[in-house]
Design a protein around this ligand. Structure first.
Ligand code: F6P
Length: 559
């Protein structure tokens, strides 16, 4: 699109802008009294999920105009181009084919002359062999003892997806296998790793080095500390060549799109799992990057996760825009950000197993759509990704809900909860208690979105209240209910958000699959590290940075 054909010049955008002028002062509570049955009109079901969008500040005609906007952006064709493997990642000139990672084995997807499905399934089969070996207690460390602890070393997409899913599916851990505990170390300062190194036995610890690029300094620093720890403790600091070889072979698995870099680092080719440049880092948990998930829950459950995501891919591709869950979720966001000036978005799961879901979405949404230049290189004259953050809803009620209820910021909220829980708890008394806790949690989930919508009117009587006890309400929210949190519904939930991000990017005409914004910081950090270590070149820095390095040097000198 050129300036004149940009989306904000389109007829639908103009109509929406005029409509927003009418809607801006309409309070959510009054929309509920206009017509009965608002929940039914704005709720859609599919793929084990129920999406209630009735608590948004919109009417039927708003949604029609948004759907028209989506059609003007040629969304249906964009969805097909994504899933067909066309080069939708323009700045890096490649496809973005995370959907191919969850295609069933009998499918075929020819991308630039090659069917990618056999390669995908070959990697899954290699993962399965590794998982089964660990679960049979047959993956042995250098001294011959079975592995008991696996530490994933990775950051961003090579950490957040596996961490989030492993935690969410902890109930699905197989019991009848050799037990292996899964841990994650991501931070470059080594604090997570340092803790593991004091507690774990090197003879029974396996490291998974997860890095698409295999150049990420955070991961490589952790990896080199881990390698030294193993060598010191098991191979006489590398003097014992036979043990050194065994350490490298038996204590490291590499996962990357760069096999040659894994080999250079010393990963045995038999223990390398690969994925492809056409899988974005934050979209990669569905393949080899998901190894920690498969180790935690077993390969059958991992395949169920893929099946759930594939269900959502099909829904996204085959369902009309009017009933399409990712499309509707995205359009609610566009309406809030671009027309109602709601530029903050909170993710609030009402289920402790989704503890890391908000962190995962922070990367997925903000690294994908935190952009201000269109695919044609023009500055976007409209807002794009809102600031997105979150926390487990019940805990956030005791932390930042104060701002949601009485602060000055307009915030869009996503409430997420499973309808059923604890059916598999064996002891009847404990099950009854836990089910009561689940009921309490669901009640809180529904109550909070209600108070955010209605404000004071949620109270039965209109008794005058002092101003510090007033609730303004009018905060828009989505409620997303899962039948149950299972590998399959979780797969669908994650894919829902992936596709939501794609829909918004399509309408904003930005590329959700690159992340150039993170590069300059890496380069400057590397230069700064050289100055910090050598104490030379600080005069080239700005006054604040120079002053801060001085503080460090003075501390090092004991001044
Ligand atoms: O720096 C950002 C980033 O490239 C993310 O996009 C990515 O998920 C993360 O770093 C880790 O990258 P890699 O998997 O290449 O180590």
């Amino acid at each position: 699109m050129t300036q004149s054909t940009m989306i904000h010049h389109s007829p639908a955008w103009q109509r929406l802008a005029a409509h927003a002028d009418e809607m801006r002062d309409v309070h959510l509570k009054s929309l509920f009294t206009e017509h009965s049955g608002r929940h039914a009109r704005f709720t859609r079901r599919g793929v084990g999920l129920t999406l209630d969008l009735s608590k948004h500040r919109w009417r039927d005609e708003t949604l029609s105009m948004l759907l028209e906007l989506a059609r003007e952006a040629d969304l249906e064709r964009a969805i097909a181009r994504l899933q067909n493997g066309e080069r939708v990642n323009l700045s890096e000139d490649r496809p973005a084919l995370h959907t191919a990672l969850r295609l069933p084995p009998e499918a075929s997807l020819v991308v630039e002359g090659e069917d990618v499905v056999p390669d995908v399934h070959e990697t899954l089969a290699r993962m399965q062999a590794m998982v089964e070996k660990c679960h049979a207690g047959q993956w042995r460390g250098a001294t011959g003892r079975p592995i008991t602890d696996v530490v994933n070393l990775g950051v961003g997409g090579s950490d957040l997806g596996p961490l989030m899913v492993t935690h969410a599916l902890a109930d699905y851990r197989p019991r009848d296998v050799h037990q292996v505990d899964i841990h994650f170390a991501s931070t470059m300062d080594g604090s997570q790793l340092a803790d593991y190194l004091t507690r774990f036995n090197p003879a029974t610890t396996l490291f998974v080095l997860s890095s698409k690029s295999f150049t990420t300094i955070d991961t490589l620093s952790n990896a080199s500390t881990a390698r030294d720890w193993l060598m010191t403790r098991l191979a006489d600091g590398g003097q014992d060549t036979e043990m050194s070889e065994l350490v490298m072979r038996q204590h490291f698995i590499g996962v990357s799109a760069k096999p040659e870099r894994m080999s250079e680092w010393g990963i045995d080719p038999r223990h390398q799992l690969r994925f492809w440049e056409w899988v974005g880092g934050r979209y990669s948990l569905w393949g080899a990057i998901g190894l920690p998930i498969a180790l935690a829950v077993g390969m059958d459950n991992f395949r169920e996760l893929l099946a759930g995501a594939h269900d959502m891919d099909r829904h996204f591709r085959e369902t009309s825009l009017e009933d399409n869950l990712p499309v509707l979720l995205a359009l609610a966001g566009i309406w809030n950000v671009n027309f109602l000036d709601v530029r903050a978005h909170s993710i609030l799961p009402y289920d402790g197993r989704l503890e890391y879901f908000a962190s995962y979405l922070e990367q997925l949404e903000m690294e994908s759509n935190g952009k201000s230049v269109t695919n044609q290189g023009e500055i976007t004259p409209y807002s794009t990704c809102p600031v997105l953050w979150g926390q487990l809803g019940p805990n956030a009620q005791h932390a930042f809900y104060q701002l949601l209820h009485q602060g000055t910021q307009a915030v869009e909220c996503d409430f997420i909860a499973p309808v059923r829980r604890y059916d598999r708890v064996e002891d009847p008394a404990t099950r009854a208690h836990l089910k009561a806790q689940h009921r309490l949690t669901l009640a809180n989930c529904v109550a909070q979105s209600r108070v955010l919508m209605l404000g004071d009117e949620a109270l039965p009587s209109d008794v005058p209240r002092p101003s510090h006890k007033r609730y303004r309400g009018n905060q828009p929210s989505t409620t997303l209910m899962l039948d149950r949190l299972t590998p399959r519904t979780l797969g669908a939930l994650i894919a829902l958000y992936e596709h939501k991000v794609f829909v918004q990017a399509t309408l904003w005409d930005i590329n959700p699959f690159d992340q150039w914004g993170v590069e300059l910081g890496k380069q400057i950090a590397s230069e700064t590290e050289q100055i910090l270590a050598s104490r030379r070149g600080a005069e080239t820095l700005d006054d604040s940075s120079r002053g801060l390095l001085d503080v460090v040097w003075q501390a090092q000198d004991g001044i």
